[in-house]
Design a protein around this ligand. Structure first.
Ligand code: CAA
Length: 257
């Protein structure tokens, strides 16, 4: 690993971002957030981008939260600025036009859990630990947890986790819908590679439209959201991708997107 706080590598348009402060269990400080923001700003403009995977450096932690050392002496105004910085970066991540998948390789606490929630979905290794322990530090979640967690797992379970601050293991996270899959820690790499192949093999415009339909539709009433789906479905017939995908099926060959 280099001394960069965000490591990037990619193949076939799938970018892998690694948060790289392993000595502090990849805790989010303002320097790391600024670097992440700059990387995301670059990715926004890339037409060849198919998906983004995000993980933490080392074998112990995805992200153990916002950096407590940096936060301890903040004034309310400085705390507001810190939270606003993180929220803007997480929004940028969430709004990338391609799927963003969290590969949760260990502790996923506080701001780390909030980062995973800003991703479209998550795969956890079996040693992962999740929680919103902020109330034990005398504060509430400030990087989106009080809003994105209830939207992901429902308000009762979100309030259970946020008010008790209890930690849950990967299987409980799977059961409540916080993550989509749990895999043995040693298999996270091979699962990531397989996922990269799957994501890169599908029609790129279709995948972008699918993300747009789900995200934008969630903020609308059902009739408007279904109308949005119809528009995006029809738009899919305007380019080459649909004719290649359907022709490949009928000609019993793999599509060449
Ligand atoms: N901020 C700053 N440093 C952190 C950190 C954090 N969130 N989490 C861990 N570290 C540092 C530790 O201070 C320690 O540093 P030193 O080696 O210099 O002492 C190093 O990472 C390793 O941590 P531990 O020795 O504590 O490792 P452990 O295996 O004994 O425990 C842990 C692991 C259970 C994750 C424990 O580190 C822990 O509880 N961390 C804090 C978790 C937390 O409360 N997160 C929420 C933060 S608040 C927040 O995120 C607010 C928000 O919503 C915006």
């Amino acid at each position: 690993m280099s001394d960069k706080l965000i490591e990037t590598r990619g193949s076939a348009g799938v970018m892998r971002l690694t948060l790289n402060r392993p000595k502090a269990l990849n805790a989010l400080n303002s320097g790391l957030l600024a670097e992440l923001d700059a990387v995301l700003a670059e990715l926004e403009g890339r037409r060849d981008l198919r998906a983004v995977l995000i993980t933490g450096a080392g074998e112990k932690s995805f992200v153990a939260g916002a950096d407590i050392t940096e936060m301890r002496d903040k004034t309310p105004e400085q705390a507001r600025q810190f939270a606003s910085q993180a929220l803007a970066t997480f929004k940028r991540l969430e709004r990338l036009p391609v799927p963003v998948v969290a590969l949760v390789n260990g502790f996923c606490l506080g701001g780390g859990c909030e980062l995973a929630l800003a991703c479209d979905w998550a795969i956890a290794s079996d040693n992962a630990v999740f929680g919103q322990p902020e109330v034990g530090l005398g504060v509430i979640p400030g990087f989106g947890g009080t809003q994105r967690l209830p939207r992901r797992v429902g308000p009762a379970m979100a309030l259970d986790l946020i008010t008790t601050g209890r930690k849950i293991d990967a299987n409980e996270a799977l059961r409540i819908g916080l993550v989509n899959r749990v895999v043995p820690q040693g298999e996270l790499e091979s699962v990531a590679e397989e996922l990269t192949r799957q994501l890169a093999g599908n029609g790129p415009d279709a995948v972008r439209s699918a993300k747009q339909a789900v995200h934008d539709g969630m903020d609308q009433d059902l009739d408007s959201a279904l109308a949005l789906e119809t528009s995006l479905f029809a738009l899919g017939f305007a380019g080459d991708e649909q004719s290649e995908g359907m022709s490949a099926f009928l000609e019993k060959r793999k599509p060449n997107f």
